[in-house]
Ligand binder design. Structure first.
Ligand SMILES: [Zn+2]
Length: 206
């Protein structure tokens, strides 16, 4: 059984945490939600009858919801709304497939890193006891841990594994990117994208 339905929890928490509207209150909720997800999601996946793990994951869900309701979200959701509406894939599943590509974009890992974003990701990495001696190292650790968690609960490696046709995807790209650009979640993303950059993230996630 694939628990992609739970993937809106870490996505909600991670987007709220780096949102331009994050506050001390939403940070506290997002931090706890991420810790609970990492400590309990795989356990729940392996044993869906584990009531304690289920309880903790439900708490994480509620906390992540409180965080994003107050801090807003980011372009994972903008891209997810446009993609899900076009290809009719459930929200949590699409989020899980876009998550790490958006984190890499937000952090600008391919160039000069964006310190204020990487420091946020590194703070979460520290809370998860991952290597985070620098902001870059912490960001890479967090991304790696997310990939590992995704694998451990059977989440696909990319959009192509959903059976989405490549030609149909390419044909929809510019329309989806335009829609994502205008999405209400885009203004609170920590890095303001161009439509071309949004298309690149889609391609990378394919
Ligand atoms: Zn969501």
């Amino acid at each position: 059984m694939c628990q992609t339905k739970w993937w809106w929890i870490p996505t909600h928490a991670l987007e709220a945490y780096v949102s331009t509207k994050a506050t001390d209150y939403t940070d506290a909720l997002a931090e706890k939600a991420v810790q609970l997800v990492f400590a309990n999601l795989e356990t729940l996946y392996l044993d869906p009858a584990d009531e304690e793990a289920r309880d903790r994951v439900q708490n994480a869900s509620c906390m992540a919801g409180m965080a994003f309701t107050n801090a807003g979200l980011g372009i994972i959701h903008s891209l997810s709304h446009a993609f899900g509406g076009t290809f009719h894939v459930p929200h949590g599943r699409v989020n899980s497939l876009l998550l790490t590509a958006v984190m890499e974009y937000n952090a600008n890992l391919g160039g000069k890193i964006i310190d204020r974003v990487c420091e946020r990701y590194a703070r979460l990495a520290s809370l998860l006891h991952l290597p985070a001696r620098t902001a870059r190292e912490g960001t890479l650790s967090l991304i790696q841990a997310i990939r590992k968690l995704k694998r451990s609960i059977g989440i696909e490696n990319g959009i192509h594994e959903l059976g989405v046709d490549r030609d149909a995807f390419d044909e929809a790209l510019s329309r989806m990117a335009r829609s994502a650009m205008a999405d209400r979640c885009t203004p609170t993303n920590p890095r303001q994208p161009t439509e071309t950059e949004l298309e690149c993230i889609y391609r990378k996630s394919f």
